[in-house]
Design a protein around this ligand. Structure first.
Ligand code: SR1
Ligand code: MG
Length: 402
């Protein structure tokens, strides 16, 4: 096995040819590096004479978005690959198949999903995904339940958790989501137009208290194997189907973190919609659809999770009457709080989202940023009293109408 080095497109083609059962001996392959994310190289290898194609994802030993000054462990490729394999086993129709991998070379060869659209882009364009909430609710219920002490042997869970110690990627989250937006960090990135908002975030000690509680949960609550970065850029969609990718931030953490990520990104898109639809009727239709999606995501998660609990619970003490309700209520409160933190970081922190950043009109973009911050702050402030998805959405609506 060669020592680690970033693959060239020629090497990616040779690697693709060596994957058994994919390309025939006479195939004529071409390859493009298409990685547009923050961290990795992504090679798209296609056969010029058939519709066959694969993806090779390779980690580089630093954060691509910043450069070599921000080193990152290559072990994240192994973590991502193992998480993909576990998630694919639990939800084969919702997670791509891993065809081959090398932990030394930090690459994973997997199913090509280019027939799908990245959900963030789809939502910006007003795409309608009627099965999404059902799919992502089932994905989260299955992956979170079956990797938790509820759904698996508790000694085996501890061993599994040991394989997902992911300090570099967790540090990105700890800094970018739970610290930088609340202090004067060189990582922060916002325009002068919202400098007043950024300053207010730094001085709001009541908000800091709630963020500190959520940060502590992220640091200490090893409930289940999380995806760890479940935003709409990590999800591929068609009108009928959904595929979850990119679990390189996987680690054992609080379940609400994944659910909060999905809700936050739907709400960021909600706040951005005035920048993407001029027609009032279309705008309000899209926004209502996004709010309904948030409640549906939670409902599908909850229904699936309760069914799995009733069918496959491994932990005897968790059969105690009332405990299931108590457990799920905590997950919802956490999800609300984490959603708030994730909205705030995407406006003032290092890494923004195209939903908001792509808005060409300065005034509309600024209004969307302020709206996202207002919703994010309300969710963080009130997360401990959220007791239903409807109440969460009411809080969003009250905040935007204030
Ligand atoms: C330096 S990485 C910035 C962000 O990109 C990823 O998608 C994560 O959300 C991370 O926080
Ligand atoms: Mg990613």
């Amino acid at each position: 096995m060669p020592a680690y080095h970033p693959l060239s497109v020629e090497e990616a083609i040779e690697l693709a040819k060596s994957i058994s059962g994919h390309f025939s001996a006479d195939s004529d392959l071409s390859c493009r590096e298409i990685g547009d994310g923050n961290l990795n190289l992504v090679f798209h290898v296609t056969d010029k004479h058939s519709d066959k194609s694969i993806i090779i994802k390779q980690a580089v030993p630093y954060a691509k978005v910043v450069g070599e000054s921000w080193p990152l462990s290559l072990d994240r490729a192994r973590i991502e690959r193992q998480a993909l394999q576990i998630q694919h086993k639990l939800c084969p129709d919702l997670v791509p198949e891993v065809y081959a991998y090398s932990d030394e070379m930090a690459y994973t060869v997997m199913e090509d999903l280019s027939r799908f659209t990245i959900m963030r882009k789809g939502l910006i364009e007003g795409g309608v995904y009627p099965n999404f909430a059902q799919h992502i609710g089932r994905f989260m219920a299955n992956t979170l339940f079956y990797t938790s002490d509820l759904g698996m042997n508790q000694q085996e869970k501890k061993v599994l958790a040991g394989q997902f110690v992911n300090p570099d990627l967790c540090k990105i989250t700890e800094d970018l989501i739970f610290e930088d937006p609340y202090r004067d960090s060189p990582n922060n990135n916002y325009s002068d137009a919202i400098a007043d908002e950024a300053k207010a975030l730094r001085n709001d000690t009541q908000l800091h208290f709630e963020v500190a509680l959520l940060r502590d949960k992220f640091l200490t609550r090893g409930q289940a194997l999380l995806h760890g970065d479940l935003h709409t850029g990590s999800i591929f969609v068609t009108p009928d189907s959904t595929m979850v990718i990119d679990p390189e931030f996987a680690y054992y953490g609080p379940m609400g973190f994944d659910i909060g990520a999905v809700i936050a990104n739907l709400l960021l898109n909600y706040a951005s919609q005035p920048g993407w639809s001029e027609d009032e009727t279309i705008l309000s239709g899209r926004q209502q659809r996004l709010l309904n999606m948030c409640t549906d995501v939670w409902k599908h998660f909850e229904n699936n999770f309760r069914q799995l609990w009733d069918k496959d619970l491994q932990d005897e003490m968790s059969r105690t009457p009332g405990y299931q309700d108590h457990y799920i209520a905590e997950v919802l409160r956490d999800a609300a709080g984490f959603a708030g933190c994730k909205m705030i970081r995407r406006i003032v922190g290092l890494s923004h989202v195209a939903d908001i950043e792509g808005i060409k009109n300065d005034e509309i973009r600024e209004a969307s940023q302020r709206k996202s911050l207002a919703i994010g702050k309300a969710l963080v402030r009130h997360h401990r009293s959220i007791s239903s998805a409807e109440q969460l959405i009411q809080l969003v609506q009250q905040t935007v109408h204030e």
